[in-house]
Design a protein around this ligand. Structure first.
Ligand SMILES: Nc1ncnc2c1ncn2[C@@H]1O[C@H](COP(=O)(O)OP(=O)(O)OP(=O)(O)O)[C@@H](O)[C@H]1O
Ligand SMILES: [Mg+2]
Length: 168
């Protein structure tokens, strides 16, 4: 049987170091727009937060260079403002009940803001169909390498990815 992860994420790249993962994330920042949702999946310690932090820092650079991006593990959500654009960084690992998603305002955020969601499996059917899915995996015997699989959610992101713009 095909691994469900393999069948969704047909395109992958190897990030040999944390810096590679951060550069990839900054590439995504270049094409992120309000309404974009990035679902960041993968086991503990695979680099979801490293990726999210770098993407958010890049978006905040013109407004708040060097901004601290704390982990949302305990708060579930951290929000930021890049000018008029609101950014959500969520870690759903400790979500107790999916009804909390209503209270936190996720549905509105998916429409209007830029959202990065760790442990997106906990969204269940609320995960937007047009989200960009990014999956992180360890690579055997290479502690600093990650395989990053990408399923772009819209055409501009797909073009940027295949055009190599994300990797510069
Ligand atoms: N190529 C790489 N890309 C990203 N992180 C890397 C890489 N190589 C090593 N690391 C290390 O792996 C760890 C990734 O931690 P991170 O908090 O981003 O994981 P996570 O997927 O968010 O985990 P969690 O599920 O606990 O939130 C960091 O300590 C980072 O330094
Ligand atoms: Mg994390």
């Amino acid at each position: 049987m095909r691994d469900p992860v393999e069948s969704v994420y047909s395109h992958g790249i190897t990030c040999s170091t944390q810096v590679d993962t951060e550069l990839l994330a900054k590439g995504f920042a270049g094409c992120a727009e309000p309404g974009d949702v990035f679902l960041l999946s993968g086991l503990i310690g695979t680099g979801k937060s490293v990726f999210a932090r770098a993407l958010i820092q890049k978006l905040l650079e013109p407004f708040d260079p060097g901004a601290e991006i704390p982990s949302p593990t305990y708060t579930i959500v951290q929000t930021y403002h890049a000018g008029q654009v609101r950014i959500w960084h969520a870690d759903l690992y400790r979500l107790k009940d999916t009804s909390e998603l209503n209270e936190l305002g996720f549905d509105e955020a998916f429409e209007a803001d830029i959202c990065l969601i760790e442990w997106p499996e906990l969204l269940g059917t609320r995960a937007p169909a047009c989200a960009t899915r990014i999956h992180f995996q360890h690579i055997n015997d290479k502690p600093e390498s990650r395989l990053v699989k990408i399923d772009p959610g819209r055409e501009e992101i797909r073009t940027a990815f295949f055009g190599g713009a994300l990797l510069q």
